[in-house]
Design a protein around this ligand. Structure first.
Ligand code: NAD
Ligand code: GLY
Length: 347
């Protein structure tokens, strides 16, 4: 078992352990005295893992009820949030009880926002079951839902009380979903850690499980350090968005259907690198991205992507922050007029 202590405004631990799900009751009992919770999950994850979790909670004397919604980004909505609130209410959950998010980033984000807002806030625990959620979304306290105006536009910072990463749960992931998590893992290598990049580049989707716990640990530890320095996203945390400005634009261009976040991040990193980094850096990045079956480019015309970039949360007034890695392992934040950013991207 490996542990990472995250020292944010609300400190907590991330536990990385194969088989951790079946020890959840015992691990959770170490951080709360409450004996009551609601588990939120989706209709793919719940049939796979809810029973193991419920059994483990029950063995520790914790009663639970389960709320399941349809899997996918479309569920990260006001409508699902309303149903979650109704379930919390009918379960008579009080402020001293807690909620568990069992699933990928969609489950984690909406559950976290429900925990931030229901009864003006109660504890929640993340049990991420996708690689993306383990290395990124379950740690750091960003919670959100989507509204018709855009993704993640309504949310709150709410740190979890505990995160349990069980890499055994990743074995049931479809290859594309595993690859999406690899895009974020490659990102950490690019912005902060060339050894992590080398480790990832030396494997592929069929062998990465051999080094999964080491990779997950390293990625989370990078995120920990960044989030501890800039919990509320005013500076260094923007580094985590390498590839994301263009990536989000691609997701939007594809109407958030049949185009995943990981695909956007992968292509976004490669395109940004081609515009701003030495050719050998871009070549290594592209080779690594291709190894994991992720795209290095997009069919979307740049002129159609740029309007999406202008609505990015990293855009302030007429200026935009974007992330560049001139060297593998060294990300930096650049700030430019939107017009100059557009010229760079179209050049
Ligand atoms: P997801 O939660 O939609 O999961 C992807 C698919 O995998 C779903 O169909 C899900 O049912 C399935 N799944 C999950 N675990 C599984 C398992 N172990 N075995 C088989 N299938 C499984 O997507 P995601 O990629 O995990 O997360 C994407 C979301 O995360 C987006 O909404 C994004 O905005 C958000 N996100 C948030 C942050 C943050 O800091 N809060 C960071 C990055 C991304
Ligand atoms: N996923 C980006 C962040 O947590 O800031």
């Amino acid at each position: 078992m490996k542990k990472i202590s995250v020292k944010t405004s609300r400190p907590y631990e991330v536990i990385i352990q194969r088989g951790g799900l079946s020890r959840a009751g015992e691990l959770i009992s170490a951080v709360t005295t409450s004996k009551k919770c609601v588990i939120i999950s989706d209709d793919i994850v719940a049939p796979l893992y809810a029973e193991t979790l419920e059994r483990s909670l029950s063995q520790s004397g914790i009663s639970s009820s389960l709320f399941v919604f349809p899997n996918g980004e479309q569920s990260k909505s006001l409508s699902t949030l309303g149903k979650i609130y109704d379930h919390l209410c009918s379960s008579n959950l009080t402020r001293s009880d807690f909620i568990i998010a069992l699933g990928g980033g969609v489950v984690g984000d909406i559950t976290g926002f429900a925990a931030a807002s229901y009864l003006r806030g109660l504890d929640f625990i993340q049990i991420p079951t996708t690689l993306l959620a383990q290395v990124d979304s379950s740690v750091g306290g960003k919670t959100a839902i989507d509204i018709s105006g855009g993704k993640n536009l309504v949310g709150a910072f709410k740190q979890p009380a505990l995160v349990i990463c069980d890499s055994d749960t990743l074995k049931t992931l479809p290859p594309q979903t595993l690859a999406d998590g690899m895009a974020e893992s490659i990102k950490y290598g690019m912005i902060k850690d060339s050894e992590l990049f080398d480790l990832i580049a030396d494997h592929d989707l069929s062998t990465i499980d051999q080094v999964m716990d080491q990779m997950v640990y390293t990625c989370i530890d990078i995120k920990r350090a960044v989030v501890e320095n800039d919990e509320f996203d005013h500076g260094e945390r923007m580094l985590l968005n390498f590839g994301h400005t263009l990536g989000h634009a691609m997701e939007g261009w594809h109407n958030y259907t049949n185009y995943t976040h990981g695909m956007g991040v992968a292509a976004g990193m490669c395109i940004m690198s081609a515009k701003t980094a030495p050719a050998e850096v871009t070549e290594r990045l592209k080779k690594c991205v291709e190894t994991y079956g992720l795209p290095t480019d997009t069919e979307a015309p740049m002129a159609e992507l740029l309007p999406f970039c202008a609505t990015d949360k990293k855009c302030l007034s007429d200026r935009i922050n974007y992330i560049v890695c001139e060297k593998i392992g060294c990300g930096e934040i650049r700030n430019a007029l939107v017009s100059d950013f557009n010229a760079l991207m179209e050049g």
